[in-house]
Design a protein. Sequence first.
Length: 548
Amino acid sequence: MEQQRHSALVTLCAALLTILVWQADLSFARADAPWLTNRPIVAVQKEMIYQHTEHGNGASLKQYNAGPGQQRIKVLAFQRKSDVGNGVQEWTSSNNGQTWSEVTMLDPLIPPGSPGTSEWTEGFTNAIMAYDPSSRALIRPYFIDDQGSTDHSFTFYSLSFDHGQTWTPPKQLKYEDGPDFDPSNPLDPNWLAKNNCQRPKNVTLTSAGTVVMAAGYAEDPADPTASNPRLAALNFVGTWNPVARDYDWVVGDRVVVSSQLTSRGLLEAVSAELMPNGTPNDPPRILNIWRGSNTSTTPGRKWYSVSDDGGLTLSPVAELKYDDGTSFYSPSSMSELFRAQSNGKLYWIGNISPTAPSGNLPRHPLVIAEVDENLVALKKDTVTVIADRTAEQLDSVRYSNFSVTENRVTNQIEVYVSDAGALSSSSNPNVYPNVFDYDAYKYTLTLPIPGDATADGQVDEADAAVLAEHWLQTTAAGAETGDFNGDGIVDDLDASILAAHWTGSAADASVPEPSSLALLVGAMGLLHLVRRECRMERSSAICIGPLN
């Protein structure tokens, strides 16, 4: 062990002292998305997790945390038609997915043979769920959506108290008076006329113990007879009732968007609690983001509102931008907000296009970006590609219908997505039968660890080189220039962080002990002295390559 420590320290110091012949390029174009020039903020690993076996029957597989520990739930669905799942199956696990239960087939809310069932789809295909430690309930929101001419959508939820093995009967979330759902008569005109809204794409658990489920595609209260587009959105805010073993829901006020901004209203809502510097507000400050669709005057964007009263009142709808105030293109596709437990930062995942989209396309690349929680904007220099079209895929490939889970054992972020549309440019399987020939993938994202300047999941010689290159410099760039504690200068405190999290290039490389830190800092000081002398004597043979 001592020999390993010595070897790691020698390697580290060697990297520092040989930095004179190393030149870092901290701004570079990436081959997967040449229009992005920032350094990636995550390391991405891709693997196929389910290959479809039947022609024209695409596979979608997702996993979620289902309890306070290592409980998990896995959902497999197949698609022959857009947004319509068939043969949806579930498994549960108590050991983070190492082993799984016997399969369970999900029963549709509308029984087979009911009126209009050929026109309706249920939201199991893109499964959504979240575990609430306050209520010890697993919450699953889903929808009934009419794919036919009547164009309706309704939001329901179920609860599980055994980590997804059994579920309570579904309940509809309502924002106006109207009859209850009758599964034997899904075309009841009185029911169809009320409470149209599209279920959320995530569930937000707030610091106040409430649950926020955002909804889009709701009726404009000033124009309740409009059917398309439905231009309103709102939040349902739930408080746990231990006696009823259910949530008591309060309906927030509706916010309305102009049809000049998005031609199909506000769709596929996601929400998150804003906590700048890790500090929550009282009541919680809630961010909603929606998918929109381009108009003749407005390109494809993402739209947002903020609530300062826990989700009940939303600010006017505004365009989501970068933190430097510039705009970005985004197609009509879903996105996701999540706060990483490993570092407390809020992230957004969705499609950002280099060119103006047309409706739903293009839905690539799929990217991740950190959210500036003060400005309510995406940090431009953090945008990182997760998945993008390959040379073999058509431009119609859709890296858009995905789920996000943080692995409670590894703290890695798991993004589950299928490569739908890669083989056909049409959604009509009768014309292009390969459109639903797609497989399910998992993208594992490794977030930077302290001391990881290169964001490759390791703290090694490359990170030491970045640290040395910027030694005693003032910087606002943070970890990518070696300022690991964010105090604006690269110094011995940052060296201490790097040493404490050292992994080395080999899997068994050991962390330098604190007693060795003096040698590390001394090497840094020596390097700085040599670099200063090099600046004074630029003709010296030891000075190889450009210097700052």
